[in-house]
Design a binder for this molecule. Sequence first.
Ligand code: WT7
Length: 655
Amino acid sequence: MADSKDAHDTIDALLGENRTFAPSEAFRSQAVVSDPGIYETANADIEAFWAEQAKMLDWYKPWDTVLEWDAPFAKWFNGGQLNVSYNCLDRHVLAGRGDRVAYHWEGEPGDQQTITYKQLLDDVCRAANALSELGVKRGDRVAIYMPMIPELPVAMLACTRIGAPHTVVFGGFSSEALSDRINDAQAKVVITADGGFRRGAPSGLKINVDKALETTSTVEHVLVAKRTGQDVAWEEGRDIWWNDLVDKQSTEFEPARMESEDMLYLLYTSGTTAKPKGIVHTTAGYLLGVTATHKWVFDIKDEDVYWAAADIGWVTGHSYIVFAPLANCTTSVIYEGTPDHPNWERWWEIIERYKVTILYCAPTAIRAHMKQGPEYAEKHDLSSLRLLGSVGEPINPEAWMWYHEHIGKGQTPIVDTWWQTETGMIMISPLPGVTTTKPGSATFPLPGIDADVVDSHGDSVPLGQGGYLVIKKPWPAMLRGIYGDPERFKATYWSRYPGLYFPGDGCKRDEDGYYWLLGRVDDVMNVSGHRLSTTEIESALVANDVVAEAAVVGQPDSLTGEAIFAFVILKAGIEATPELGQELRQFVANKIGPIARPKTVMFTPDLPKTRSGKIMRRLLRDIASGRTIGDTTTLADAGIVESIREASLSSKQDD
Ligand code: WT7
């Protein structure tokens, strides 16, 4: 509790969870990691541990030092040389595994491609030759703005083969967002497509590139893959069709011998201020971090068919659709479109069709399926699934249980993985053959990760309490900076607690030491001097049978400082009534205590989300406090804000 001002402020821990799920003996006995001793080995000597792991990569030249740490600047495996595309492709083909499937690709309209490692290597070499012909050299930046088609991972890998850092801009972003990123990165070439398919309709990409390039000056060429066949404007000399240039190229391209700390890619993430941050990831540490964690957390075996149902435009796609699965010679699924096209059975059809064994997705998708009901999944044979994953937001315990029961059929372990664009790799997660899970908890930091939960002074809080998550030691895939802005890098991540990395998330540890992520620190509410996380109250609401999804924000209140305002989406077929609103308020009070009782419950058909599926609490705060709506440019559907505003039915506290 945080009653006095200069006390060591923490975050109240309210929600309790007693359900536990231990790994079955059947799972444990076959798991990649089944010995809990790995934590001790790693933490005894983190550098020795990562150096040992680094044997899973192929090096042209071994490193001189494992870690050089001049906080907040890290160098991992300095002096070493390697190439990412070689590690993802060549070494598997050279080992006689060229016929293994790298990707089962499925377009939204239903077209399919099966791409082997050998084919992917040939395609990547052709694309690397094509980019060279366009003048791309080691160190040049390339912007990639594409739908989820096979040319996207090919383009990324071709850049890594040349040693030209790429910056992938999510295809749903506007031309303005694209030109900002091109300008910040000073990109020389843009790789795009005519358009992509989303919810059954072609949407234009090239048209946005044309617009973006009106306000950029560095781009010499635009390489355009043909996907939808829609009409596009054309600038002779600048624009080239992918097929015209790439298809005729040789399938040989000598990979560049990159230094460990050479920049691999830039990925922009939005901050609280308008200017996006170009997160810098480098070569060796990043590839090692993602490859190792992919193998451990997803228990990757040769027989697996692994599907990360995310967009490659986000870090999840970079790390766990492209680089790690390929480095591990995994067979993956890539699906171009949305889960509801042509209907809510699409995902379950895909799992049945390719016999997917591992599914990794976001809580927002799980809650969307939950809202529709389990009937869609029930029509399909999901028995191939043996492991489920979650990423992107805290997963509410009841959404976890729904995933467990209806998708995992009560059998498969669930790994709730906490990490960020900045961390590059999974940081806090169960090891499915070792960890006893609790629904809603990301459990423990992975081996080699030194984390803590601290109060406002940076002192570790006792078990059972909430506070602020910090990472205490460097890790291989950590961001190396914000592109061109070392001061902002220091100020954003390293100034709150000197020497410690501050991710910006609240967290509590329960009596057993389990980590429970509590959402962004900026979203923490202060109600009568109690710091309350939005996550726990949302989870309490979702625990009610009628609720599919909830978003909680603080609303200015003259009496209590802030009051709790809850937006609630009901499950299909449930009627919103004032009585139900009162019932839900009481339900929360009963479940986690009267302090957490929402003052207002507002029923809404939908919630404003970022394009990566995170609830935009900033906008909801504006609505709750009757302020004018802020910037909505990262909204999934701007109409949602209006519909929420118009939603008339809200239940207020009557005392
Ligand atoms: C933020 C990072 C990591 C890839 C996708 C998002 C939240 C992420 C979890 C989780 C609770 C989570 C955090 C984090 N987050 N995973 N398992 N439990 N919160 O990457 O866009 O950089 O967002 O997402 O708040 O800081 P990102």
